[in-house]
Design a protein around this ligand. Structure first.
Ligand code: FEO
Length: 398
């Protein structure tokens, strides 16, 4: 991809990964980007690098602007390999005077690359580095989403280089938020938040407060994945506020897997009952919906209703995978219920109820179990349970 001057003498020099379809279990149906930024100042500085497979792209982009050996400083905002995989090769070409990272970043770099000889310079939280006409303020963002994570803020440019924060997995030839469809952009940002940052929501809330307290002005947020925010900075900050506070709307997901369509038939009846209470529903069959897309839809859903038949005294593997994944991401303030068919032992509903209790859901118990194939009366029961879920959602207000 061609380099892009995002502000005067500040360049996007990253890489676009059009083919990425899986990111440690997160389905990236539209690829991703690994953004890196080059600031030309008295001290020429490179912020972040790219996955190892794209090291030639990064160096090619840099060479289109300057000789890499002219770079003075490098900054590693985050050590995960999608931003450092190419670091050994880039360091070889650049040989910077200093390599800035957080204290935890230095430890993580040593544990990844085992190179004590690199020119580490630990940036303490709040440290300011002068580049000449510009400066860089390092903002600690520990556990957003790794212990080493930090942001770099350039006050003279009102530019926040935000590492994984505010990112999206979306491969595009456009670089800015106002060059693409905003609703699609926000849906990628929501999916990213739901799958990467949701469990750290308490820290995101603190970070948003801290950014306000610091009084920093931001007119551009440049994340390490996806589009750069310049026209919708306020929108993405507000969306992060909503997501971090677990704000949801009157919407319920009816999530299920099925063996011989009994649980699927129950899912439709449960959904019908919820709908009858004026609550928006979405049925998500796990055979055709990836768990990372379910989590994305769950972000603004107040109701999450799970259906699985019993298999081997347990639940179907796709439901087990979803619930295990979801539990790790710590969704909060949800209303839940469970249902499913069974043949003889019938543990599935209890197992799903237990998962929901572990996630602090408000569970509409006991759920519904149907032996083998539901009758008309069983389906009426499912509709009634759906109505109770819809009522519970309505009672929580808008
Ligand atoms: Fe984009 Fe946590 O790496």
């Amino acid at each position: 991809m061609k380099v892009c001057e995002i502000k005067k003498d500040i360049y996007w020099v990253g890489a676009v990964d059009w083919s990425r379809r899986d990111f440690h279990g997160y389905s990236t149906d539209k690829g991703s980007t690994y953004n890196a930024f080059l600031v030309i100042d008295d001290k020429i500085t490179l912020f972040d690098t790219v996955r190892s497979e794209f090291r030639s792209d990064l160096l090619h982009n840099i060479r289109n602007i300057i000789d890499p050996s002219k770079i003075d400083y490098m900054v590693v905002n985050h050590v995960e390999m999608d931003h450092t995989g190419s670091l050994p090769d880039v360091l070889e070409a650049v040989r910077p005077e200093k390599l800035f990272c957080s204290a935890m970043g230095k430890k993580a770099l040593l544990d990844h690359f085992h190179r004590p000889d690199w020119p580490y310079e630990v940036a303490a939280p709040g440290d300011t580095l002068s580049l000449g006409r510009r400066s860089v303020k390092f903002i600690e963002t520990r556990m957003l989403h790794w212990p080493d994570s930090m942001f770099s803020y350039i006050p003279e440019e009102k530019l926040l280089i935000s590492s994984d924060g505010f990112g999206q997995h979306w491969a595009t030839s456009e670089r800015f938020d106002d060059e693409v469809d905003l609703s699609e952009l926000m849906s990628h940002a929501a999916k990213y938040y739901a799958n990467i940052l949701l469990l750290f929501s308490p820290l995101v809330r603190k970070l948003l407060e801290r950014l306000k307290e610091l009084g920093i002005e931001i007119d551009m947020i440049a994340p390490d994945h996806g589009l750069i925010w310049r026209s919708h900075v306020k929108d993405i900050l507000e969306a992060y506020g909503d997501w971090a506070h677990h704000r949801s709307r009157k919407k319920a997901l009816v999530i299920y897997d099925t063996m011989w369509h009994s649980t699927e038939t129950m899912a439709r009846a449960v959904g019908s009952g919820i709908e009858q209470q004026g609550v928006s529903i979405k049925l998500m069959d796990l055979k055709v919906n990836h768990r990372s897309d379910v989590i994305a839809e769950a972000l603004d859903s107040r109701g999450l209703v799970f259906g699985s038949p019993t298999l081997n005294n347990g639940i179907l593997p796709r439901m087990a995978a979803l619930l295990s994944y979801m539990k790790g991401l710590k969704p909060r303030e949800k209303i839940g219920a469970a249902y499913g068919s069974y043949g003889w032992s019938g543990e599935a509903v209890k197992i799903m109820n237990n998962y929901m209790k572990e996630m602090d859901f408000d569970v509409v118990e006991p759920g519904i179990r149907v032996k083998y194939v539901p009758t008309h009366d069983h389906l009426k029961e499912c509709v009634e349970m759906g109505k109770r879920i819809g009522l519970a959602i309505n009672r929580t207000g808008d």
